[in-house]
Design a protein around this ligand. Structure first.
Ligand code: CTP
Ligand code: MG
Length: 218
């Protein structure tokens, strides 16, 4: 199956603070976006990588991706889902991996685990068990939530391209936060595969600090 990776990098990075949107900030001396792209581009099963960027970020993206073939940069939208939609209409191939630029460290084994089920399933996503206790955030934490069978869902997420496209076309709910949400609503079969702590999303300044430490300790 010919597989294209779609990396969404059109966010503003507001929770990360600072001037430059987080995907262009350096992590271990390299822009986070460049790391995310390289991690996917270097996998032998991925034939193409395309990147969705925010309007006005052309120069930043070109600089961050210097020397890497990502075809024409795609302009994203207001919400992550709008950026994914923009990417979906710009790419071709049989399978797609949708990935966040904010997850710069993707182990190749995760990609292996995601692509294998596409023979039998329409999609696959990496998941991790939840270690902490869950509760609804009412003021007294008096609403415990049963965490049995609950997982955290990461990216990249793999899909047969035509199936994900039609799932997005039929989506009518509020803005979804990932592709499994859209796929499930459309009745697609999505396999859960083992995720990886290295795929943790970088959201806050603290996440940046932790990622820098992790790079040094590797
Ligand atoms: N993203 C996108 N288009 C948007 C919003 C988000 O392509 N309109 C991308 C981000 O660039 C990121 C991924 O979706 O790679 C996950 O989003 P998130 O971590 O929320 O990033 P930001 O939206 O940039 O951060 P924040 O919510 O703190 O502003
Ligand atoms: Mg966001």
């Amino acid at each position: 199956m010919s597989t294209t990776a779609l990396i969404v990098a059109a966010g503003k990075g507001e929770r990360a603070g600072g001037g430059l949107p987080k995907q262009y900030r350096l992590l271990g001396g390299k822009p986070m976006l460049r790391r995310a792209v390289q991690a996917l581009a270097s996998h032998p099963a991925i034939s193409k990588v395309r990147v969705v960027i925010g309007s006005g970020q052309q120069a930043l993206a070109q600089q961050a991706l210097d020397g890497i073939d990502v075809g024409k940069l795609v302009e994203g939208g207001e919400e992550r889902a709008d950026s994914v939609r923009a990417g979906l209409s710009a790419i071709e191939g049989e399978a797609i991996l949708v990935h966040d630029a904010a997850r710069p460290f993707c182990p190749p084994q995760v990609i292996d685990r995601l692509l294998a089920p596409l023979e039998f399933f329409e999609g696959a996503a990496p998941v991790l068990a939840i270690g902490d206790t869950l509760a609804r955030a009412s003021d007294r934490l008096n609403e415990p939530v049963d965490r049995t069978g609950m997982v955290r869902v990461q990216t990249p997420q793999a899909f047969r391209l035509a199936a994900l496209r039609s799932a997005y076309e039929s989506w009518s709910g509020a803005t979804p936060t990932d592709e499994t949400t859209v796929a499930r609503a459309a009745g697609l079969t999505v396999a859960a595969v083992e995720g990886d702590p290295a795929l943790e999303k970088i959201t806050t300044p603290r996440d940046f600090a932790r990622a820098e430490e992790w790079l040094l300790s590797r």
